[in-house]
Design a protein around this ligand. Structure first.
Ligand SMILES: NC(=O)c1ccc[n+]([C@@H]2O[C@H](COP(=O)([O-])OP(=O)(O)OC[C@H]3O[C@@H](n4cnc5c(N)ncnc54)[C@H](OP(=O)(O)O)[C@@H]3O)[C@@H](O)[C@H]2O)c1
Length: 294
C-alpha cells in the first residue's frame, strides 16, 4: 500500500506524516522543494512514477487575507490542482483524501452547519475550497473530504500561538475579527484520517464522502484570548497584557470572514462511534507544549 502525501510540510501535513509513518505502509511525500504545485500539470509525470493507492492532499493556499490579493495563485493551488488530482484518482482507482473548510459557508446560520447545508462562500479562500470540493464530487473518484476550521497545533503559527505571542510581548491584544470559532487541534483531524486509512488498507467497507469535524463547544476570539490568558496565569507564565488590554477593534475593515461558521460533526461521530473532545482540550495541549521548555 503506497500513500502519497502532498503538502507534507504544512501544519496538517507534518502531523499526518508523523502518524502515517507509524503505519506499516509506504509513504511518499511531495512538498514545495520537489515541485511548485501552482503548475500542477507537472505532477502527472510524478504520479505515474509513484503509482499511489491513496493520495492525501494537504497542500493549499491557506492565508485568508493574502488570498484576496492573489486569487490567481489561490485558484491554481486550491482548485485546479485538486481537479487534476481528482481526475487522476478516478482514472487510476485511487482513494483521494482532501481537506476543506467551514469557510465554504457564509456563517449566518445560528446553529451548527451540517454536511448538506447550502454552501455560500464569502471570500476567495472559501470559494476556491468550495470549487475544490465540487471538482472532487464531479470526478466520480473514491473520495474523503474532511471539512473543519481554525486548525491549531505547535508546528506553525496559528490563532492560539499568535495570541500567546501577543500576550507575552505586546502592550495591547487587538482582535480584528471577533468571530465565533471552534479551535480544532490537528491531532483530531489526523487521528480520524488514520482511522479511515486503516479501514481502507484492511478492505473494511467504509462510507466514503464528505464529513465535518469539530470539537465540542464554541467561543468568540475575545473569550478565547481571555481563556488563554487565564491558563497562562495558572501556569505562572508572566504576560505583558491583562484583560483590560484585550480589545475588540471595531475599525472599518471589511470583514470577509464568516461570523459563525461552526460545524456539526454528528455524522462522523455516529459512523466511527467516537467522541470528539471539547476545544479547550486542544487549546490546553498547544499552550502546554508551547511552554514545555520555557
Ligand atoms: N489552517 C486552518 O486553519 C485550516 C482550516 C480549515 C481547513 N484547512 C485546510 O487544511 C489543509 C491543510 O492546511 P494547513 O493549515 O496545514 O496549511 P499550511 O500549513 O498552510 O500548509 C500548506 C502546505 O501547502 C504547501 N504549498 C503551498 N503552496 C505551494 C506550492 N506552490 N507548491 C508546493 N507546495 C505548496 C506549503 O508548502 P510550504 O510549507 O513550503 O509553504 C505547505 O506545506 C488545507 O487544505 C486547508 O485548506 C486549514
Amino acid at each position: 500500500m503506497k500513500i502519497l502525501l502532498i503538502g507534507s510540510n504544512g501544519r496538517l501535513g507534518k502531523a499526518l506524516k508523523y502518524k502515517i509513518k507509524k503505519l506499516n505502509v509506504n509513504i511518499v511525500q511531495i512538498n514545495r522543494k520537489d515541485i511548485n504545485l501552482y503548475y500542477a500539470k507537472n505532477l502527472i509525470e510524478k504520479l505515474n512514477i509513484i503509482k499511489p493507492d491513496i493520495i492525501i492532499n494537504a497542500a493549499a493556499f491557506t492565508n485568508v487575507d493574502q488570498a484576496e490579493l492573489s486569487p490567481k495563485y489561490v485558484f491554481m493551488l486550491n482548485t485546479y490542482l485538486v481537479s487534476i488530482l481528482a481526475k487522476y484518482s478516478y482514472e487510476n482507482g485511487i482513494l483521494i483524501i482532501h481537506y476543506s473548510t467551514n469557510y465554504v459557508f457564509d456563517g449566518n446560520k445560528k446553529d451548527l452547519y451540517n454536511e448538506n447545508d447550502r454552501t455560500n462562500p464569502i471570500n476567495i479562500y472559501g470559494y476556491s475550497k468550495y470549487l475544490s470540493e465540487n471538482n472532487i464530487f464531479i470526478s466520480k473518484s473514491k473520495y474523503l473530504i474532511f471539512r473543519f476550521g481554525w486548525l491549531i497545533s505547535n508546528y506553525k503559527n496559528n490563532l492560539v500561538t499568535n495570541i500567546i505571542n501577543s500576550l507575552l510581548t505586546d502592550k495591547i491584544l487587538s482582535i480584528n475579527y471577533n468571530q465565533i470559532i471552534v479551535p480544532t487541534h490537528v491531532d483530531i483531524i489526523v487521528d480520524i484520517t488514520i482511522i479511515f486509512i486503516i479501514y481502507y488498507i484492511n478492505n473494511i467497507n467504509i462510507n466514503i464522502g464528505l464529513y465535518h469535524i469539530s470539537p465540542l463547544g464554541r467561543v468568540n476570539i475575545y473569550n478565547l484570548s481571555c481563556y488563554i490568558l487565564d491558563y497562562m496565569n495558572f501556569l505562572d507564565i508572566k504576560t505583558k497584557i491583562d484583560k483590560n488590554n484585550i480589545i475588540i477593534n471595531n475599525n472599518n475593515k471589511i470583514n470577509l470572514r464568516p461570523y459563525n461558521a461552526c460545524l456539526n460533526s454528528s455524522k462522523i461521530k455516529k459512523l466511527l462511534r467516537i467522541n470528539i473532545p471539547h476545544w479547550k482540550i486542544g487549546v490546553n495541549k498547544v499552550i502546554n507544549q508551547f511552554f514545555k521548555s520555557y
